[in-house]
Design a protein around this ligand. Structure first.
Ligand SMILES: *Cc1c(COP(=O)(O)O)cnc(C)c1O
Length: 369
């Protein structure tokens, strides 16, 4: 059986005519940078999420960097986030000369633990970046309350969670900024890199837009130090087509997740849950399991794709040793790093494929226990 973590080609085949037409239209228009499809996508994403403004940029990583630049975050500042995430979250903080301050996660949803945030706040703290990891919303009520109390900005890393909801509200709309990634394997993926910044604040939206385009709102007049980070028109045209299917695809993922959890009942694994008030969009279906590395080897032998997100937490990464963290500083993060394993998850996953995958897992535990 041919299996993949993410099946991008089967998804493309299902909407091939629409995508091909959209791409060819852009090629024939000659408007490859900031063409009309970029503006249209910004409007549609803002409407989809329920935010006032959306600004396209070149990647989710850039979205995080630009959001922080718009908030004047730089040397001497501290930004609170999680170490159980993709490196981009902390990398952009560090690149701007600010200091990533890591807060441990909670076991219930693998997201930043709100009860541990306040003790990490200092007079240098400028922002909190919660990550809606694997597509499960972070506890936004608690985070927003702490942020308000201490007058700190919240930048939501929504890279893995477009369409996820917290108490009926789409994530990416709680703080001053939400940051989306359109990396191909994300739930709304382009055919290359892409990203978007969302906000309800007109001034911040204008500033973020200027930063994406060399700090300029008028040609050759530069009122901010900016970057070159725009969303390609071709990518916007593809995303406009795909956005129409996002809810259906997210629903397919939710059904696949529930099938996995049924099939894995009784095994020594913890299947991912959905906390009350949360709408999980299963960017990843991630288990916590006993004998994780042995299971991983068994799956490898049987050619079952799977992944460890993430094998080394950010506070223990070589490039970040200058921050002074060591093993034992974030016990929950470190424990989960040794236990998590993500199974194939995408909008085209079939019950038959899932049966095959879970049979292999069952065989592993029954054979060795
Ligand atoms: C993918 C991802 C990013 C970065 O997005 P890119 O578009 O690849 O730059 C940032 N944060 C998280 C949590 C991600 O998963």
């Amino acid at each position: 059986m041919k299996l993949q973590m993410v099946d991008l080609l089967t998804q493309y085949d299902s909407i091939k005519n629409e995508i091909d037409t959209a791409v060819l239209d852009v090629i024939r228009s000659g408007q490859y940078i900031l063409g009309k499809e970029v503006k249209e996508l910004e409007e549609n994403i803002a409407k989809y999420l329920g935010s006032e403004y959306a600004v396209g940029c070149a990647s989710g990583t850039d979205a995080l960097q630009i959001a922080m630049m718009a908030l004047n975050i730089g040397p001497g500042d501290e930004v609170i986030t999680t170490a159980f995430t993709f490196v981009a979250t902390a990398e952009t903080i560090a690149l701007l000369g600010a200091k990533p301050v890591y807060v441990d996660i909670r076991e219930t949803d693998y997201n930043i633990d709100p009860s541990k945030i306040e003790s990490a706040i200092t007079d240098k703290t400028k922002a909190i970046i919660p990550v809606h990891l694997y597509g499960h919303p972070a506890p936004m009520d608690e985070i927003m309350e702490i942020a308000k109390k201490h007058n700190i900005a919240v930048i939501e890393d929504t890279a893995q969670a477009i369409g996820a909801e917290y108490n009926g509200t789409k994530v990416g709309t709680f703080g001053p900024f939400g940051c989306i990634s359109f990396f191909p394997s994300k739930n709304l993926g382009a055919f290359g890199d892409g990203g978007m910044i969302t906000t309800d604040d007109e001034t911040l939206a204008r500033k973020a837009r200027m930063i994406t385009n060399h700090g300029s709102s008028e040609r050759y007049k530069h009122s901010e130090i900016g970057v070159n980070s725009r969303l390609d028109t071709i990518q916007a045209a593809i995303l406009l087509v795909k956005l129409k299917y996002l809810d259906t695809w997210n629903d397919n993922r939710r059904q696949a997740a529930s099938r996995y959890s049924d099939l894995l009942k009784g095994l020594p694994v913890t299947t991912p849950g959905e906390l009350r008030g949360s709408y999980h969009i299963y960017h990843q279906y991630t288990l916590r399991c006993e004998q994780r590395d042995a299971l991983s080897n068994h799956l490898k032998e049987k050619n079952i794709p799977h992944a460890i997100y993430y094998p080394i937490p950010l506070h223990l990464q070589e490039a970040y040793t200058y921050l002074g963290y060591s093993k034992g500083d974030l016990p929950v993060t470190e424990k989960l790093t040794d236990e998590v394993l993500s199974l194939p998850m995408h909008s085209e996953l079939t019950g038959e494929q899932q049966q095959f995958i879970t049979n292999t897992i069952t065989e592993f535990y029954n054979g060795t226990n």
